[in-house]
Design a protein around this ligand. Structure first.
Ligand code: NAD
Length: 278
């Protein structure tokens, strides 16, 4: 299996365009499935304090024959840790659980606008990068106004913004802002999280049939063609490999345009980052 191509952040570091996500994978299972993913050829793992599986991810990294420097590891700051000192301590605790000296990427998981501490959290991530605890810093689930605000307040642009993004919810407004600022776009729920009929959509399945590929592979090839970093999750061995094999599939301009046309105003499947928690 070929290794994923990479995209370069404005800070000079690179991230594989295809990675492996471990949301809703319990800690015991994580060591096994991340090990499988690394053996298959994934070189990017996306976890979070919230997922409760950083220790399992760390065990898989240590057990793997793939050298640490060849794997891009991301984790995230949870919503109750936005205060500056709490954010510093949270990153240190994540590193301890992962058994790592340094992260490749640390993200603010959600802006939580009503809490009003995302600028403070962003200042903490800037300090963490300066102290060498993480190579790159970014955000996740920031509405456009809050994204612009942290940049204006600190003059530090996130390397990446991780957001829900799939053919039914293409996030054109945020992607345009990312392009202006030089922020890489990363898709969570790239396969639609099984919450819609995306993988049965006739446009997708028609393209899949034409290539002798699966619907999931077509969707992941679409992300890659747009230089959107995708982190599909599966705990099924055959699907872990199948999703990685999307790297061997290239779509035509016409096929990409047909998938571009699937965007829907009501296509969001997950939580709206602008809506208060409660
Ligand atoms: P996803 O779109 O990757 O969908 C995963 C589901 O799709 C699986 O549970 C499985 O049922 C199905 N699937 C996977 N491969 C398939 C295949 N080849 N064929 C058919 N079905 C297949 O959704 P996700 O797991 O929610 O998102 C991916 C990753 O993004 C997560 O694991 C996590 O790392 C990250 N994430 C981040 C946030 C955030 O708030 N930042 C939120 C959700 C997820």
């Amino acid at each position: 299996m070929p290794l994923s191509p990479t995209v370069t952040f404005h800070d000079g570091h690179r991230i594989p365009l295809l990675g492996y996500g471990v949301f809703k994978v319990d800690d015991d299972r994580a060591a096994d499935v991340v090990g499988q993913a690394l053996a298959a050829g994934y070189r990017q793992v996306d976890t979070a304090r919230l997922y409760g599986n950083e220790e399992g991810v760390g065990r898989a990294l240590r057990a793997s024959s793939v050298p640490r420097e060849e794997v891009f590891v991301t984790t995230k700051l949870w919503n109750d840790e936005h205060a500056f000192d709490a954010a510093i301590a949270a990153c240190e605790a994540s590193l301890d659980r992962l058994g790592l000296e340094q992260l490749d990427l640390y993200l603010i998981h959600w802006a939580v606008p009503e809490q009003g501490r995302y600028v403070e959290a962003w200042r903490a991530l800037i300090a963490l990068r300066e102290r060498g605890l993480t190579r790159s810093i970014g955000v996740s689930n920031f509405p456009l106004a809050e994204l612009e605000e942290i940049i204006a307040a600190t003059a530090v642009v996130p390397a990446i913004h991780q957001i829900e993004l799939h053919p039914y919810f293409q996030q054109r407004e945020l992607r345009a802002a990312h392009a202006q600022h030089g922020i890489v776009t990363q898709a969570w729920g790239p396969l639609g999280q099984g919450k819609s009929d995306l993988l049965e959509n006739p446009v997708i399945t028609g393209i899949a049939e034409a290539h002798g590929a699966s619907a999931a592979q077509v969707v992941l090839a679409w992300h890659r063609a747009h230089e959107i970093v995708a982190i599909p999750k599966s705990v099924t061995p055959a699907r872990i490999v199948e999703n990685l094999a999307s790297l061997e599939l290239s779509l035509t301009r016409g096929e990409l345009a047909a998938i571009d046309a699937l965007d829907r105003p009501d296509g969001r499947g997950g939580r709206d980052p602008g809506r208060p928690w409660g």
